[in-house]
Structure formats: structure tokens, C-alpha cells
Design a protein around this ligand. Sequence first.
Ligand code: CA
Length: 433
Amino acid sequence: MTKEFPQFERCIRFASLTDTGMRRKNNQDSLNSLVSSDETFWRQRGHLFLVADGMGAHAAGELASKLAADSIPHYYSKDLDSEPVVALRQAIIEANNIIFQRGQANLEFQGMGTTCSILLLLPEGAIVAHVGDSRIYRLRNGQLDQLSFDHSLVWEMQAAGRVSAEAAEMHLPKNIITRSLGPNRSVQIDLEGPFPIFPGDVYLLCSDGLTGPISDQQIGTILGCMPPEEATRTLIDMANLRGGPDNISVTVVQVDHPPVAQSDRDSADNNASKGLPIAWIAAAIFSFLAIALPFLVPDDPIYAIPFVIGAIVAVIVAILQALDHGSEDTTVMQPVKMLGEAPHRSYDCNPSINTAENFANMATELKQTAKQMELEVEWQTYDSMMERAREAMSNHDLKNSILHYCQGISFLYAAFKNRNTAEQTSDSHVDLL
Ligand code: CA
């Protein structure tokens, strides 16, 4: 058991950050994670990551998201008798009850609610549990898959076939959500998975403060080019550079150790390929001897009889084994019972010259603005970042080129942020094209 997951604690790297953004006074988002610290708990409960985006007047939104972020990991980790999916679902129902009761008990908090998106990484695969319009994505081999369905008016109307994707994006308000934890006595929860987990997979949990200002393609490109710590920082900086209209929360989880989890189908494939057809080999040898012996000992062909019998027995054994193997395969190869219908949307996010040039333009544009604003910037450091980006680009290393351009963008953003902090104004922001 220990050998199978020798590095279970180190098999993932993750980073989490939450930011108030440029326009809001309070941060109503909450993040939490529960990373197993021993192998037994990993096998029982895996690793849990959560994002919640609260809504409600005054402090209600903050309270709602915090209640979800605190209570769900608590109840999930306490209930060790149930299967992980059952325990998680029950924990979310408990959180809904807690938020609803607090809302009922205090007029100030009445009707408060929160989105909640949870990623579980388990030995048997990844599970997503989800209510609202926060999101969970997975990046694998350059493809970004959205594993959660947005419970928003835009997505629900499209799913119902009432509007086209273009019309929904153009004409419907984007901030109306159709489900959340807290406002009602009961809650409908989406469950997705289990999805096989592979080394190199990158998962992202985020609130709509990130996905509003930044496109899915840009998000996927950044996830694919930067390690979790830098990707988290860069994504938040980019959202703020686009005006930061809302609170922004990001958790990036990268799977390093192979493999964290295989699906039952993968195991079945491995099992099916195991074992040599020894009975067939024996049958071939016996048959050869049975045919050859009458020629080698023509005076007494009776010597061949035991080999004829041996060949017949070996063939029967081989056929029985094949039938038995086949029935085993049918049992193991039965598809894993999948919950949900994810991925709901997919995007090609492989680094391209086009995307690298877009990031290069952003960095240049930002430099011009910083110069105009006479910001205090160590230009040598910025210029060396740009130099490395261009060098990587000329070596056709698009991934590193994008990495260095993004580092340059974050570097300059820090200077804008310092100026904002010094001036104590939320209006002096930069809007990148
Ligand atoms: Ca929000």
C-alpha cells in the first residue's frame, strides 16, 4: 500500500489566493482546502479544495461564503462511515441548512447565499460538487475542460434551447445565478465524475471575478505555462488589470506524481494485458511432437498417442482459460458509473505564436501606461524579463516565452498596485485592451 503511493503528500502542488479586486470594498469570496496529511486519510477522504462566492447586503455575503467554506470540509471529514461522494453531498446540505437558519434568525442576513464549487481528488478519481456560477476547470495536454455547469441565467437559457449562445452572451445579464446555498431550505447539487487523474493535470477553482474579465483561452494558456504559485498570482493580476470589477478567488492544483488515481477502466486494461497464454504454447508443443514423432519413430507410432492426448488437454484448458478471462473482463470492464455530463465546454489552449504575441502586446502596452504615469519601476528587471521572453520566442519555446511575458505583466502590475495603495483610491486602475 505504501509503495503504491510513496509520495501521496507530494503528488500535488497547489496555490490559493483571493483578492478584493479594484471596485469592491469587501471580499465576499472564501477559499478553503483540506489536504490529507496521512495515507489512511488520503485513502478515505482524498484532498478537498473549495471556492465560495457570497452574496447579500452588508456582511451577509461574506458570512454565507465563510459558513460554506468552514462547514463543508468539517462535516465531510467527520463522516468517515459514508462513501466520499455521499459524505460530500451531505456536508453541502448541512452547510445549506446552517446558512439558511442564520439567514432566518437575523433580519440583516435574510436571504443571504453563496455559490460553492468543490474539487475532491480521491484515489479513485476526481469528483466535482457544485452549486452556482463559480467554476472548476481541468487543463490536460493543452485542452481546458470546464467540469462545472454554470447555474446562471445565461447558461440555463442556452441549455434549454431558448436562446443561441451568441444571443445569450450579448443580451442576457451575466450576473444572475439560478442556484445558490442558503436562500432556500433545500438545495440542488451537481455532482460530476469520478474522472481519472493523470500526472500533468492542472485543476483550477475560481469565482466569477476571474472568468468575467479573462477569456477561457487566456486562463488555460496561463495555467499551461506557469507553475501554480505564479499562475494564481498572474490570473488575479490580469483580472485587476482588466478593471477588477468583482472579488477574485483562484486555486490552482497541479498533479505531479504518477498516478494519483486511475479509473477502474484503466485498471481493467492493465489486468487484461497481464498473463501469457501458457496453455496455448503447451498445446502447440504437444501438437508438434504428436505430428513429428510418427516420422521420427516410424516403426512404433504409438509413442505419439500421449502427445496427442496432451495437445487435446492443453487446447481444452486454453479454451476454458480464455472463457474465464473473458468473463472476468466483462466484470471489470463495466464502465464506471459516471455522475454528471462534464466536460460542459472545452477549449484548445496550446501555446501559439498568436497567444504569445498577445501577451507581448499586453506587456508593451502596460509599459507605456506605466511610463506615462511615471511609476516607480525597476526597468532593468522588467527589460530582462522581456529579453528572456523574446529569446524563448526566437527559440520557438512558446511556453517559456509566455511565462516571461506574464512575469513582466505581473511585475508592472505590482508597481500600479503600489501607486494605488499609496493614493488610497480605487479609481486609479488600468484597463488593458
Ligand atoms: Ca462574484
